[in-house]
Design a protein around this ligand. Structure first.
Ligand code: PGA
Length: 220
C-alpha cells in the first residue's frame, strides 16, 4: 500500500517542556491507529530538533524528524543560521519554501533553489512548498506541498476538486513529483482529501499541535 506522508508542522510553537507530555500521549494510543498506510514526520522548531529526535527513540514511535527550514548558506560564519549540514544530524527531511517564509522572510525562487541544493548535498529530502500551480519548483524536488495561503491557519481549506485540478496542472510539467496538500486539514475533513487519487500526503499545522487532535487526525 502506498503510504501517505503526514507532516506535523509545529511552526514557532512549543517548548522543551511539552515533549514529555505530547509523545507519551501518542505512545499510549499507538495501537488504535493503523500505521501501514502512514508515514509521520514531526517538524518542530530548530531548537527542539534534538529533543524530538530523542523522544521518538525514547517512546519508540514510528515517526521521523523533519526540519522546517535550512539556511541558504553552508556551515560557516553566519550568526544565527542553522545549516543543512547541522540539520542533517537530526532530520531526514526539511520543509523548504513554506508560505510563511516566502511572505515574512522574502524567500525567492533563487534562495529556495540554494536551500534545495544544500539539502541534496546533505542527503536531506526537501518538502518543497508552493502557494499555487504557477510557482517554480526547484530542480530535483521529489515532494511538493501545495498550500494556498487562504487555507493556511484559516479553517477554510481548499476543495478536493480544486486541489485535484492544481495537482493535474503541476503534474503536466513535473510528472514525477509526489504531491501533498496543506491548509486547515483536521480530523473532521481529512477523509475528503484522502480520496484524491494523486495525493501523497498532508502538511498539518494547527491540528498537529495537541497530541489529542493529531491522534484523531491520524485515525482516519
Ligand atoms: P494549518 O497549517 O494546518 O494550521 O492550516 C498548515 C501549514 O501551514 O503547514
Amino acid at each position: 500500500m502506498d503510504k501517505k506522508i503526514i507532516i506535523a508542522n509545529w511552526k514557532s510553537h512549543k517548548g522543551p517542556q511539552v515533549i514529555d507530555e505530547y509523545f507519551p500521549k501518542i505512545q499510549s494510543s499507538l495501537s488504535s491507529i493503523s500505521w501501514e498506510n502512514k508515514e509521520v514526520l514531526i517538524a518542530p522548531p530548530h531548537a527542539l530538533l534534538g529533543q524530538v529526535q530523542y523522544a521518538i527513540q525514547k517512546y519508540n514511535l514510528p515517526f521521523k524528524v523533519c526540519a522546517q527550514d535550512v539556511s541558504r548558506l553552508p556551515e560557516g560564519a553566519f550568526t544565527g543560521e542553522v545549516s543543512a549540514h547541522l540539520v542533517k544530524n537530526f532530520a531526514e527531511y526539511s520543509i523548504i519554501g513554506h508560505s510563511e517564509r516566502r511572505d515574512n522572510f522574502g524567500e525567492s525562487d533563487s534562495i529556495l533553489a540554494d536551500k534545495v541544493r544544500l539539502c541534496r548535498d546533505e542527503e536531506i529530502e526537501p518538502i518543497y512548498c508552493i502557494q499555487d500551480e504557477t510557482q517554480v519548483i526547484a530542480d530535483s524536488v521529489k515532494y511538493v506541498a501545495y498550500e494556498p495561503p487562504t487555507a493556511i491557519g484559516t479553517g477554510n481549506p481548499d476543495t478536493p476538486e480544486h486541489i485535484q485540478e492544481v495537482f493535474s496542472k503541476i503534474l503536466e510539467t513535473n510528472n514525477s513529483v509526489k504531491l501533498l496538500y496543506g491548509g486547515s486539514v483536521n480530523a473532521e475533513n481529512i477523509s475528503r482529501f484522502v480520496q484524491i487519487p494523486t495525493l501523497s500526503g498532508f502538511l498539518v499545522g494547527g491540528a498537529s499541535l495537541e497530541a489529542e487532535s493529531f491522534l484523531s487526525l491520524l485515525s482516519w
